[in-house]
Design a binder for this molecule. Structure first.
Ligand code: F0G
Length: 385
């Protein structure tokens, strides 16, 4: 696929690490910013002001392809033969796709056992990745993959990898392009490992430094309540960017307390079921640069918002809908004004995680209770009303 058909590499000048002849692309980033008036009504902003950046339309079905084409390009420059990641499913699907596309690299994937939707698992398997389930969750898998990658010299593509974030900056370039370079008031994004929020902060600070924009939008990062480390740290422990010192006492104390209490991430939005985000510090920086806020939403709010996105003519996986649920919350608090122009990032495709969707809309009470009732979700979807 020629570079000009990539929504990432056509911004090559703004991520200049890769020589042209080394670039890996499968046509990622051909995604659109959509005006969503039905969803605007639901969240309470004026018609015409709510936009959804539909990243589920990427080749592997999530925003990850924006960063993975860059990481795999760099892995190729390093002549890597194997590339590894821990994943809740989308990073692994994306890595597996790019490795199979290069035909020169083997993907090695670590996932928490039972912590991945079948849609995402099937992608990794179908693209021929070596897929290893480990006992534990994403946070455990992340520790393991870092150790093993170091020991065996395997190229690591989790968003600790800076080249991933370079590619993910282009999501914001495309948003601005669609808005004719009129800077919106808010960018709202689900927060998991905090790669996107970090990349967006970097994108806007660079565009501002280059004089390509004259102001920077505000950032809202939305955690799922069952995976809310960023929210807890920023909102309840007053943690702020401090120049990059990762050993900040309040973070260390918070992590130690999670260990002591055996606290584990738990949300229906499995993509963001993460309690030890690897990009925490970069995200704190992004929050500073973009005058950001952090909120949490529960599984009920996420699924309700997701159903509105679907009924509004779009569709996304549960984690993505945290952005819409978070916008509704910030609107109700008066932090977002009705006249603000808001861009929510829909990070993953509807078909990535159908189990939650079917359970939410089903009239089968047993299925509803088993999948959602046990998580405190009480209200079911449109199909039941
Ligand atoms: N939305 C979806 C659909 C995701 O898959 C992820 C992360 C996020 C949001 C959170 O983005 O990490 O940049 O804050 N998924 C990773 C994975 C962890 O392994 O696929 P983030």
């Amino acid at each position: 696929v020629p570079m000009r058909f990539s929504g990432v590499w056509r911004f090559h000048e703004l991520l200049p690490f890769a020589p042209h002849d080394k670039i890996v692309t499968v046509g990622e980033g051909q995604t659109l910013l959509q005006q969503a008036d039905e969803v605007a009504k639901y969240v309470g902003v004026n018609p015409g002001q709510l936009h959804l950046q539909y990243e589920g339309m990427n080749p592997s079905g999530s925003f990850k392809d924006n960063g993975m084409c860059a990481a795999v390009t760099h892995a190729g420059m390093m002549e890597a033969k194997r590339a590894a990641c821990a994943s809740t499913g989308n990073t692994s699907a994306s890595l597996a796709l790019y490795c199979s596309a290069t035909r020169a690299m083997k993907a090695v994937i670590f996932i928490g056992s039972g912590k991945i939707s079948y849609g995402k698992l099937s992608q990794a398997l179908d693209y021929g990745a070596l897929t290893i389930q480990i006992a534990g969750d994403f946070d455990d898998a992340m520790i393991r993959v870092k150790e093993i990658a170091k020991e065996l010299g395997i190229y690591l593509v989790n968003s600790v990898n800076p080249f991933r974030l370079e590619g993910q900056k282009t999501i914001m370039f495309r948003v601005l392009e669609a808005l004719r370079w009129e800077v919106p008031d808010w960018i709202v994004v689900p927060g998991g490992n905090l790669g996107n929020s970090s990349a967006f902060g970097k994108a806007f600070s660079e565009l501002y430094q280059h004089g390509l924009i004259d102001r920077i939008p505000r950032l809202a990062v939305i955690n799922a309540r069952g995976a809310n480390t960023l929210y807890e740290l920023v909102q309840n422990h007053g943690v702020r960017w401090n120049g990059g010192d990762v050993s900040m006492t309040s973070i260390t104390q918070y992590n130690d307390a999670m260990d002591r209490d055996g606290k584990r991430a738990d949300t229906i939005a499995s993509a963001i079921e993460i309690n030890r985000p690897v990009n925490l510090n970069k995200c704190l920086r992004a929050l500073e640069v973009m005058d950001g806020v952090v909120r949490e939403v529960d599984d009920q709010q996420i699924l309700d918002a997701k159903a509105q996105v679907g009924a509004g003519g779009f569709g996304c996986e549960p984690a993505s809908a945290a952005s819409v649920a978070g916008t509704k919350l910030l609107r109700s608090e008066g932090v977002i004004a009705p006249s603000d122009r808001v861009v929510c990032i829909l990070t993953g495709h509807e078909l990535k995680d159908p189990t939650a969707t079917v359970a939410y809309h089903t009239s089968d009470k047993e299925l509803f209770d088993k999948t959602l009732g046990s998580r405190g979700v009480t209200e079911a979807g449109f199909a039941n009303r």
